[in-house]
Write a protein that binds this ligand. Structure first.
Ligand code: ZN
Length: 351
């Protein structure tokens, strides 16, 4: 019999608890499942070996549904859990805003996946982040995966702030691309340093059908295999991308997307830039337009915080070009995400 607490609209960072929901309890679709949640929810599913447990976090961003879909599928299909499973579905309120899965976070709220670092303030996302950390400290899962979607169409990849075979093994349940970063932004995976192995899985675009499938397949392995930390689970080897840099918009500038310069102050990116996700661009590829001086509109910091924009990009008669061969990923065509987060990440080729 499922135990579920009553819904409350109070914003206090509360995470509701739901123990062993039945296939009937969760509804007939992932949307019905979302609507059955009382708010941010912790679902506890008993596994064969209850002396161990693993955690899965998703919907830190309300517009990234693949993780929710995967949890719905494994609950519906009753995929047997090798160990106890703890699912945390957090930004339910943002995900539910009509027409559904549109808002990364509620308007005026902080990005929840930038809140996992002290000091924790008293806003709803910071309280939620703090409560999740407290629950993970209590439960001591052997590992945590945090399932996201990329904002644009993209191949899947994993992200880690910590390099060792446990993190490689976790990512290889889902994908063969692995980004290793030192960037400290306050994202959940940064708890790897002090708590337990934690990786971010980026399933590809929210609109891409394969994203839901890969999330479900990976999660099924994550919950059913006895050992998920000591060996890689794909035949193909992992492709690593080290220390990506973020191309960010300067605070007082704006961004637009179009095939000619749309702003008299700021950046216009060509809409097709999204197609370069995990592809190379070089100095022959026009990316867009910048009105005025490059460094007044865009910033590219290395991991030491040094400004690198002029080393990697240049303007030719107002048109934006890379100065050298680089690989792009997390390219967004959503101006809101470009403004609040970044335009894209880039790495230099290894060769
Ligand atoms: Zn996300």
């Amino acid at each position: 019999m499922a135990v579920i607490e009553k819904f409350s609209t109070k914003l206090d960072g509360k995470i509701y608890s739901w123990v062993n929901p039945s296939a009937e309890d969760i509804g007939a679709s992932s949307i019905e499942f979302l609507n059955a949640l009382p708010g941010p929810t912790h679902i506890h599913v008993s596994g064969e070996d209850s002396s161990r447990c693993r955690a899965t976090v998703t919907l830190l961003h309300g517009n990234e549904p693949s993780g929710l879909h995967a949890i719905y599928e494994v609950l519906k299909q009753r995929v047997p859990a090798a160990v106890d499973m703890h699912y945390f579905i957090l930004n339910v309120d943002a995900a539910r805003q009509a027409p559904g899965f549109i808002y990364r976070m509620l308007p005026q709220h902080k990005d929840l996946n930038r809140c996992f670092k002290p000091p924790y303030g008293n806003t709803e996302p910071e309280l939620l982040a703090k409560n999740l950390i407290r629950l993970l400290q209590q439960l001591q899962p052997e590992c945590v995966i945090d399932i996201h979607n990329t904002s644009g169409s993209s191949p899947s990849f994993g992200v880690t702030t910590f390099m060792d075979e446990r993190h490689d093994a976790l990512v290889s349940l889902f994908t063969h691309r692995m980004i290793v970063t030192d960037l400290q932004l306050g994202s959940l995976m940064e708890i790897s340093e002090t708590m337990m192995p934690t990786v971010t899985i980026e399933c590809g675009g929210a609109q891409d059908r394969e994203s839901h499938l890969m999330a479900t397949e990976g999660l099924s392995k994550y919950i059913s295999l006895q050992d998920i930390l000591s060996e890689r689970h794909e035949d193909m080897s992992l492709e690593f991308f080290h220390n990506p840099m973020r191309l960010e918009l300067k605070e007082d500038r704006d961004i637009a997307y179009g095939d000619h310069c749309l702003l008299s102050e700021g950046v216009t990116l060509l809409p097709g830039v999204e197609n370069y996700n995990f592809g190379f661009v070089d100095s022959s590829i026009r990316l867009g337009f910048v009105a005025g001086i490059l460094k007044d509109s865009l910033s590219l910091k290395d991991t030491a915080g040094a400004e690198m924009i002029s080393d990697y990009f240049e303007l030719r008669r107002g048109e934006l070009y890379p100065r050298k061969k680089i690989k792009l990923f997390m390219v967004t065509s959503n101006p809101e995400i470009a403004r609040k987060d970044c335009l894209f990440y880039l790495v230099e080729p290894d060769d």
